[in-house]
Design a protein around this ligand. Structure first.
Ligand SMILES: [Zn+2]
Length: 283
C-alpha cells in the first residue's frame, strides 16, 4: 500500500545534446544543427503520467520552449505545472548576475506567453546554486519566483551545498516576499547525504534501493523531490564520441528507465512541486 506522504515529481525539459556531461563535445553555437528529439522524448512520459493519473512539474528550458511552443502548451493543458529551467543551460556560477537575470526574464516571459500562466518555480541548470552563486536568490526574488529547486545538499564536482537543509524550507524572506526551496532528495547514511531519486542516480541504483530511500524519507514525514530528464528514457538518441566517464554518466540504465518510472508511480504518490511545497510550508 502507498504511504500517505505526497512526493514531488519533476522533469527538466531539455534536448539530449544539452546534457552537461556532453558540454566538452557539443558546442552551444551548433545546437541548432543537432536533431531535436524532445517532442518524441516527452510523449511516453506524458502518456505514462496520464495512465497513472499523476501530475508533475516540468522545468522547461527557454531555448526549448521557444522552438516547441505547442509542446509546452500540450503539457500545460494536461494539467501539469510549467516552471523555468532558465534559457541557455549555462550554470549560474558561470554567468554574471546580469546575464543570468536577462535569461531568467526571457524564459519566464516565453513560458507565460505560451501558457498564459504565471511561472512560480525555478530550477538552475545543473543545480548550480552553490556557495559561489548565492546572488541568484536575490535575482529570483525580484523576478517573482516563489520557489526554487536547485540546491543539492551533497558533494559533487559541478554542484552541491554541503550542510544546506535536506527538506523544504524558507530560503529567503524579506519585504513581504518569500522564496521557498525544495532540495533534491537525499538519503542520510553515516552523516553523509547520498543523492537519490533523480537523474543518473535513479538510473544507476537498483530500483529497490530508490524505493527504500523514498520510503525512509516518507516514514520520517518528509516528501522526496524526484527529478528526471526526458532524454534519459530515449534509447535511440544519437551517440556522439565521448570519454568513458561521461559516457557512463549519460547512458547508464537508460534501457530500464521507463519501467522504473512506472514502478515508482505505482509505489508512491506524487504531485506537482508547488502543491507539495505549499502544503508542507504554510502559506
Ligand atoms: Zn538541465
Amino acid at each position: 500500500m502507498k504511504n500517505k506522504i505526497i512526493n514531488a515529481l519533476s522533469f527538466d525539459v531539455e534536448e539530449w545534446f544539452h546534457n552537461t556531461n556532453m558540454e566538452k563535445y557539443v558546442k552551444r553555437s551548433e545546437w541548432d544543427g543537432y536533431e531535436s528529439r524532445i517532442e518524441r522524448n516527452i510523449e511516453p512520459i506524458l502518456s505514462l503520467l496520464e495512465t497513472k493519473k499523476t501530475l508533475a512539474t516540468f522545468f522547461i528550458l527557454g531555448w526549448v520552449a521557444q522552438r516547441h511552443p505547442d509542446m509546452v502548451k500540450r503539457i500545460a493543458e494536461k494539467g501539469h505545472e510549467i516552471a523555468t529551467h532558465g534559457w541557455s543551460h549555462m550554470r549560474a556560477y558561470q554567468q554574471s548576475p546580469d546575464e543570468f537575470e536577462a535569461e531568467l526574464k526571457k524564459s519566464i516571459n516565453t513560458l507565460k506567453n505560451i501558457t498564459g500562466q504565471s511561472v512560480l518555480g525555478h530550477r538552475a541548470a545543473c543545480f548550480s546554486i552553490t556557495p559561489d552563486s548565492q546572488w541568484v536568490i536575490d535575482v529570483l526574488l525580484r523576478n517573482g519566483i516563489m520557489y526554487d529547486s536547485s540546491i543539492y545538499p551533497v558533494m559533487h564536482d559541478k554542484y552541491g551545498m554541503i550542510g544546506s537543509p535536506r527538506f523544504p524550507y524558507v530560503l529567503r524572506q524579506e519585504k513581504g516576499q518569500r522564496l521557498l526551496e525544495f532540495p533534491l532528495a537525499t538519503y542520510k547514511f553515516l552523516k553523509i547525504n547520498i543523492p537519490v531519486a533523480g537523474g543518473g542516480y535513479f538510473r544507476l541504483y537498483p530500483y529497490s534501493f530508490t524505493r527504500l530511500c523514498i520510503n525512509k524519507l516518507n516514514q520520517d514525514g518528509y516528501p522526496a523531490m524526484v527529478y528526471l530528464h526526458p532524454p534519459e528514457f530515449d534509447t535511440n538518441q544519437p551517440k556522439i564520441k565521448i570519454d568513458p566517464i561521461n559516457k557512463f554518466r549519460i547512458y547508464v540504465g537508460i534501457n530500464n528507465n521507463l519501467k522504473k518510472l512506472k514502478q515508482l508511480l505505482e509505489d508512491f504518490k506524487f504531485a506537482p512541486v508547488k502543491e507539495v511545497l505549499f502544503s508542507n510550508i504554510e502559506r
